[in-house]
Design a protein. Structure first.
Length: 413
């Protein structure tokens, strides 16, 4: 075998995994299983460790290298696994020397809060060469009470505009049709580069679309809606190539729970933002992250999160059953019973399934421009999945009329 990559968690991890794969392959590495872990929940770590054991059973003799946020904040758990040959912290994994000059140390973890810059991944088109995830920001300066990611990623850092534009141009020249800007806290983009606050995500979006006219589609990964700058909001109304899809880091729909989470928005802020974007871009599609069973959450408070699905017009949910992360303030708060957490998460997922079906209903009869992917599926401008007719090759942008759906995928006429 060559280099097998198992990537967990966010789109930033996906982009970094592709960069690591290229570095390892260029260095001539073989019989390597590279595991890029996530630490957002306890379940994410459990899944990664299960996958490691399965990979070793399938590839006896392969060398397993574990990296990512899980490796950074749960080092001991991975070090205890005899299947793991090497553990790399987040500040080592993109260093080319790591792959060309293996060190004798099994564990190489650095302080992510140290002020030196990280290596940043080169542009990494996905295998189908249709969509590329491009990291433009890393780390987080906020300290939400449930989250360990700042301790896995460090403080917020941004890629300069000129470098981002050059990377986007290179991706387009290589055949990429859609670029997705990714980051840990994407709406924090630019603050570390310009103390005046004049450099924002909105200005970066404008620069990309202006300087790379051949880019068909620009999309954003998850954002913090309360931090969306005026230039970004205006871009949704004025830039057709900026896709009308936003995945929002909402987490909850009750103001007291949001305060205990140390979030920076309230319930009304979320509802108002979705209404504002929808007024500017009526075809906008919204997704959101929501946590079920945060400490102290009552049934009435959970009901307000449940109601937020309809009040914000959400169509795609990422539901996280709360799990306490050691060392976080939320882990010391009164906990909700595990059975109640599971039940609330199930209700949120049911609400998400129904919300997606309602949104797909609205698509029936409409003609959408769909970007074809591998496996006979594609995505609309609003990132809604479409089952493609036979003969449409990956990478094609095609106009298709929506005839129906099965509750999960749109069907064309």
């Amino acid at each position: 075998m060559g280099v097998e990559v198992l990537s967990f968690g966010c789109r930033l991890n996906a982009a970094e995994s592709e960069a690591m794969r290229r570095r390892a392959e260029s260095a001539g590495r073989t019989d390597l299983v590279l595991v890029n872990t996530c630490a957002v929940t306890i379940e994410a770590g459990r899944q990664a460790r299960k996958a490691i054991r399965a990979a070793v059973r399938s590839n006896p003799g392969a060398r397993v290298v574990v990296t990512g946020c899980g490796a950074q904040v749960e080092t001991e758990a991975y070090a205890a696994m005899p299947e793991v040959a090497e553990i790399l912290g987040n500040r080592r994994k993109l260093d080319p020397a790591v792959w060309t000059d293996p060190a004798p140390e099994r564990i190489r973890i650095d302080d992510v809060m140290a002020p030196h810059p990280d290596p940043l991944p080169e542009p990494a088109p996905m295998r189908a060469r249709t969509r590329a995830f491009l990291p433009v920001q890393n780390g987080c300066d906020h300290r939400c009470t449930f989250c360990v990611i700042p301790f896995g990623r460090g403080n917020s850092r941004s890629v300069p505009v000129a470098r981002v534009v050059a990377q986007v141009r290179a991706l387009v020249e290589a055949g990429t049709r859609e670029v997705v800007l990714t980051g840990v806290d994407l709406t924090a983009y630019g603050r570390d580069l310009d103390a005046s606050g004049d450099l924002t995500l909105g200005l970066l979006v404008r620069a990309i679309l202006r300087e790379v006219p051949d880019l068909d589609r620009l999309r954003l990964s998850s954002i913090d809606s309360v931090e969306a700058d005026p230039a970004l909001v205006a871009a949704f109304a004025e830039e057709e190539r900026l896709m009308p899809h936003l995945h929002l880091s909402l987490q909850a729909g009750d103001d007291l729970i949001l305060k205990r989470m140390k979030r920076r928005h309230g319930r009304d802020d979320a509802i108002r933002f979705c209404a504002e974007i929808r007024a500017l871009r009526p075809d906008a599609v919204f997704g959101a992250d929501l946590i079920a069973g945060f400490p102290t959450e009552t049934e009435a408070q959970f009901a307000r999160s449940l109601a937020l699905v309809e009040e914000c017009g959400l169509a795609q949910l990422h539901v996280f059953p709360y799990s306490p992360r050691p060392g976080t303030p939320a882990a010391r708060m009164p906990q909700v019973a595990p059975a109640a957490i599971r039940e609330r998460a199930a209700r949120l997922r049911e609400a998400g399934t129904a919300a997606l079906a309602r949104r797909l209903d609205r698509e029936v009869g409409a003609t959408r421009r769909v970007l074809a992917e591998r496996g006979g599926t594609g995505r609309t401008e609003g990132f809604l999945p479409v089952r493609l007719p036979e003969g449409v090759e990956a990478g094609a942008l095609v106009e298709l009329r929506m005839a129906g759906h099965d509750g999960r995928l749109l069907r064309v006429a």
